[in-house]
Write a protein that binds this ligand. Structure first.
Ligand code: 0YR
Ligand code: MG
Length: 372
């Protein structure tokens, strides 16, 4: 299975709502930025990272793939994931400028494409290639009802619809107003509407500082918050450790962490309870497995962040024993051969060979962008 072509691509796929915001980002499209990799035996693999569809920075990722990684990959055996991962991630000139950010997002796309190829070659879905399913039912939680840009009225209506019509028992709600009392009021209204049995997680996307979080958590004590995600600045181990010690609400984080080393720092400091790796920001499936194993060894649940809208994480979560539940956002499902799909709050287990990363031809025609 020798690599004969590496062809990066950029797709800007429109969201299912016009635009959404969390505490730190406002977006109208999801960027699917990655690469097609072809082998001499005629197989085609796809892998991608997830972005906010900002073309100049998306082009830095595809330039890294095209100009730095492709020459290192041509002619290589695509099934040697670990060796190729090391070849790209530890290349002396590239690790000098990388190890996180652009080069790591590009690495994620390449690594996922290689795993997609291996599963396609074996003729099985990725979860099967990795060792088979750990569960018959992977539970989903719905993030798409809880954006910070939604009015309280829309937030309540969406939460009720998710629970009563769509069968979700778990939802996630964005917080992070300048005045945290507004978030408390919104959460109280949702809790009142959906009842005590629904699991409500919250996500501040790194907005607040430690005193704000401590005051907020004290006020939220009776709301039975399932986890508090990214309460503070992404890299701040000490403040998350302090918050984890001082509140009964579990801390979740990881969507902005690039390496197994970063996860080790948070885990060993007792700064995280729900571990949230993302194959699109870690160096793909290869490094995700290291993080999930680390979480397992520390008896912590893994709840991936859906940077690829759960196309790949559904495989990993059906397989890896540390997995718990999985995030669901339906933004890109119209554009793939086998999109992540949820029925009555349960992810359908993928059936097609590969990692479910193959876009439909019309996605390239309609939403493809020039690499510049
Ligand atoms: C919107 N999920 C997240 C979206 C989402 C972000 O910027 O990307 O809210 O990735 O935090 O848990
Ligand atoms: Mg988040």
């Amino acid at each position: 299975m020798k690599i004969s072509a590496v062809e990066p691509f950029i797709l800007h796929l429109p969201l299912t709502s016009d635009s959404i915001s969390d505490s730190t980002h406002s977006i109208t499209h999801w960027g699917v930025v990655g690469t097609k990799i072809t082998t001499t035996d005629g197989l085609v693999g796809y892998g991608f990272t997830g972005t906010h569809a900002h073309l100049p920075s998306d082009r830095l990722i595809t330039a890294c793939i095209r100009d730095c990684y492709a020459p290192l990959l041509m002619g290589e055996d695509a099934s040697d994931h670990q060796r190729l991962w090391t070849k790209l991630a530890r290349h002396p000139a590239l690790q000098w400028v990388g190890r996180a950010g652009i080069t790591h997002l590009a690495l994620a796309a390449v690594d996922v494409a290689l795993w997609d190829l291996s599963a396609k070659k074996a003729g099985v879905p990725l979860w099967s290639l990795l060792g088979g399913a750990r569960t018959e039912k992977l539970e989903a939680y719905n993030t798409d009802i809880g954006w910070l840009s939604f009015s309280t009225k829309a937030l309540i209506a969406g939460s009720a619809r998710a629970v009563e019509q769509d069968g979700f028992t778990r939802i996630k709600i964005k917080v992070g107003h300048d005045d945290p009392n507004i978030d408390i009021e919104r959460l109280e209204a949702v809790r009142k509407r959906v009842g005590g049995a629904v699991r409500i997680a919250i996500d501040a996307n790194g907005k607040w500082d430690l005193p704000t979080c401590q005051r907020f958590c004290a006020r939220a004590r009776d709301l039975d918050i399932y986890w508090f995600e990214e309460p503070m600045w992404y890299d701040d181990v000490a403040s998350h450790a302090a918050l984890a010690r001082n509140t009964s609400i579990p801390v979740a984080l990881g969507e902005q962490l690039y390496t197994v080393d970063a996860f080790r720092s948070f885990i060993s400091a007792g700064a995280v309870h729900y571990v949230q790796p993302d194959v699109t920001r870690l160096g793909g499936v290869t490094e995700y497995i290291q993080v999930a194993d680390l979480a397992l060894a520390n008896r912590l649940p893994v709840v991936p962040h859906a940077g690829e809208m759960s196309q790949v994480h559904v495989h990993l979560s059906y397989w890896h024993p540390a997995s718990a539940i999985l995030e669901y956002i339906p933004w890109i499902k119209d554009h793939f051969h086998e999109p992540a799909n949820v029925e009555s709050g349960i992810f359908r287990r993928p059936q097609q060979p590969g990692a479910s990363t193959t876009p439909l031809p019309q996605a390239f025609e309609r939403y493809g962008k020039s690499l510049g």
